[in-house]
Design a protein around this ligand. Structure first.
Ligand code: MG
Length: 217
C-alpha cells in the first residue's frame, strides 16, 4: 500500500495514544519534577483526537489549559517487546501533536496522588496533524520544535534534547503495552508550556514535518 500523507481518523483509525511525560530536561525543571529513570507513561483515549480544521474547546470544568507541542509517531505493525534498534520497522510516520493538559486538574491530581486521565484525556485533548513517512526523514533525532501562540514564540526545542530517544521509547512502551497499527506515541514536550485562552491561535512546527494550526474557540 503506497502511503504519502496519513490523516488520523481519515486515512487510518486511531487506536490508543501512548504519551510520554518528562522527556526533556528543561521541561522537567519548569515543572519542578524529577528526572525519571524510566519513561513516564500515560494514555489518552482515541476520542482525544482533534483534526486540523476543528477548533480547540476549553472544557467547562477547567480554568487552565496548557499547550505542549510534541513529536508524534504512528505505529504501523504490532509491536510487542521490540528492541530499540528495530523501532523503525514498527513506526510508519512522524507528525506534530499537542498534548493539551488541564494544568489545574493535573496539579490537584498530583497533590492527591491521583491519575491524570481527566487532565490529559478529555475530548479534544490531542490536536494533531497528518503524518509524513518516516522513511523520508533521516534526522528524526535532530529536529527543531517550535510552538507559537498568536505568532509569539512560546516553546523552542530540538528532538536531540530528548532524555529517551524514539527507539528507546518504543522499546520501553512495547514491553508494557502491545502497540497496534493506528496507535500513536507522543514523545514529550520541550520547555515553555503555558496557558491558552479563547481566541488564541496555536501554531506548532517541527522541522521537515510542516506545521499545524488550531484556533481556540
Ligand atoms: Mg506532554
Amino acid at each position: 500500500m503506497a502511503i504519502v500523507i496519513l490523516k488520523p481518523n481519515t486515512e487510518f483509525s486511531v487506536g490508543k495514544i501512548v504519551c510520554v511525560g518528562r522527556n526533556y530536561a528543561e521541561h522537567i525543571s519548569e515543572m519542578s519534577a524529577e528526572k525519571p529513570s524510566d519513561p513516564v507513561l500515560f494514555l489518552k483515549p482515541s476520542t482525544a483526537i482533534l483534526n486540523e480544521g476543528q477548533q480547540i474547546k476549553i472544557p467547562s470544568f477547567s480554568h487552565e489549559v496548557h499547550h505542549e507541542i510534541e513529536l508524534a509517531l504512528l505505529i504501523s505493525r504490532e509491536a510487542k517487546a521490540i528492541k530499540a534498534s528495530d523501532w523503525t520497522n514498527y513506526v510508519t510516520g512522524a507528525g506534530i501533536a499537542l498534548d493539551l493538559t488541564l494544568r489545574d486538574h493535573q496539579s490537584a491530581a498530583k497533590k492527591k496522588g491521583l491519575p491524570w486521565s481527566v487532565s490529559k484525556g478529555f475530548d479534544g485533548a490531542c490536536p494533531i496533524g497528518s503524518f509524513v513517512p518516516l522513511k523520508d526523514l533521516n534526522n528524526i533525532d535532530e529536529l527543531k520544535i517550535e510552538l507559537y501562540v498568536n505568532n509569539k514564540l512560546r516553546q523552542a526545542g530540538n528532538t536531540n534534547q530528548m532524555i529517551f530517544s524514539p527507539g528507546k521509547l518504543v522499546e520501553y512502551i512495547s514491553s508494557i503495552f502491545t502497540l497496534e497499527p493506528g496507535d500513536i506515541v507522543l514523545t514529550g514536550t520541550p520547555s515553555g508550556v503555558g496557558p491558552i485562552i479563547k481566541g488564541d491561535e496555536i501554531r506548532g512546527t517541527i522541522e521537515n514535518l510542516g506545521e499545524i494550526v488550531f484556533k481556540v474557540s
